[in-house]
Design a protein around this ligand. Structure first.
Ligand code: ADP
Ligand code: MG
Length: 336
């Protein structure tokens, strides 16, 4: 075991060196860690994509149940998920750390291990960052750079009435996992989904390259809230069929009946990091073989309508009233 002292002795530059030494060689970067700025050659004809996300201890993660390895993976995954939602190819990333005295060198080594293994999995390279101490929480800020050609970029604003609404994987697992963690649970599929979500990078790219989605977003805030962003920016409405929501076996074990509580986790629970996208009906048949090849399930859960309809339809064919918290963004605009 190491303690905070070991990290203090190492110092900022020692830590940066320690990280730099672990990077794979020949990462295809003109200039990586070590100079005042990194440099890389943009691919000809491609737009650069750039996204950043901050993870703050006590707000986005809790060190009483987040292990450093998973935390490192998740910090990169949530950023990769934003590139995936654009249909982009992730290439490079930057890592900024604000480290409180209680954090040990072991913890940081494991955090970096998690991040580097996720980076290798998706072919992204660490090219820089910033390191400082924190008198408060541990803060991780990652910036991921990616690319895509301008004609293949998928925005939130392209949904049209008549388009079908699709989602990869299953929804509600991460929110269920978080609930179980808070109740003292430490193992199981739902908890794993919360602590270590896998971004749908290959799926987003394949969909974009097949020119299938008219709009796309990743599920970070909850299905209805994130769909709400597509609806706002596309100036359209939506009908979602609760029976079509993809629920995992683990989720169904916890909720053999789809109660109001289960529905609320599936519709408003965040951090699933699945892709939610819309596509015109004639393109729907292409989607299943494309994603099944990758072993990724996909479900059609609803339809885009004219503006001002935002409804979730229950198994009885009737509209479910959405006056609960977490549904605000989806249901709010109806009334205006
Ligand atoms: P400056 O004072 O010019 O900002 P730094 O000492 O902060 O330089 O950084 C030196 C080098 O180390 C830079 O290439 C920077 O991108 C890199 N770096 C700093 N912190 C990290 C980190 N946490 N992860 C990866 N690279 C880092
Ligand atoms: Mg610096």
């Amino acid at each position: 075991m190491t303690d905070g002292n070991e990290l203090r002795n190492l110092g900022e530059f020692g830590l940066i060196d320690r990280i730099a030494q672990r990077l794979p060689a020949g990462a295809g970067v003109a200039l990586g860690i070590g100079d005042d700025a990194a440099a890389f050659a943009p691919a000809p004809g491609q737009l650069n994509l750039i996204t950043t996300d901050m993870l703050v201890e006590g707000i986005h993660f809790d060190l009483s149940y987040s292990d450093p390895l998973s935390l490192g993976k998740k910090a990169l995954s949530v950023n990769l998920s934003d590139i995936a939602a654009m249909g982009g190819k992730p290439r490079h990333y930057l890592l900024s750390l604000a480290i409180p005295p209680a954090i040990t060198l072991d913890f940081l080594d494991n955090l970096i291990s998690g991040m580097l293994s996720r980076a290798e999995q998706f072919g992204v390279h660490l090219i820089g960052g910033d390191t400082c101490s924190s008198s408060g929480p541990l803060v991780l800020n990652l910036t991921v750079l990616g690319e895509q050609s301008p004609d293949m970029l998928v925005r939130r604003s392209g949904a049209r009435p008549g388009d079908q609404i699709c989602v990869t994987g299953t929804v509600g697992d991460s929110a269920l996992g978080l609930r179980l963690l808070r109740q003292g649970g430490r193992k199981g599929d739902a908890i794993a989904r919360h602590l270590d979500p896998l971004p749908r990078v290959r799926e987003g790219l394949a969909l974009a390259e097949a020119a299938i989605p008219s709009s796309m977003i990743d599920l970070s805030d909850g299905l209805l809230a994130d769909l709400g962003h597509i609806l706002d920016l596309s100036a359209v409405g939506a009908r979602i069929y609760s029976e079509e929501l993809p629920l995992s076996d683990t989720f169904r074990k916890h909720f053999p009946l789809v109660t109001e509580e289960a529905l609320s986790l599936a519709l408003a629970g965040g951090e699933d990091y699945e892709l939610l996208f819309t596509a015109p009906p004639e393109k729907i048949p292409q989607i299943f073989p494309l994603l099944e090849k990758m072993g990724t399930p996909v479900s059609v859960i609803g339809t885009i309508t004219e503006e001002n309809t935002r409804a979730v339809i229950g198994s009885d064919g009737k509209e479910i009233s959405l006056d609960r918290k977490g549904y605000d963004h989806f249901s709010g605009r109806d009334k205006s």
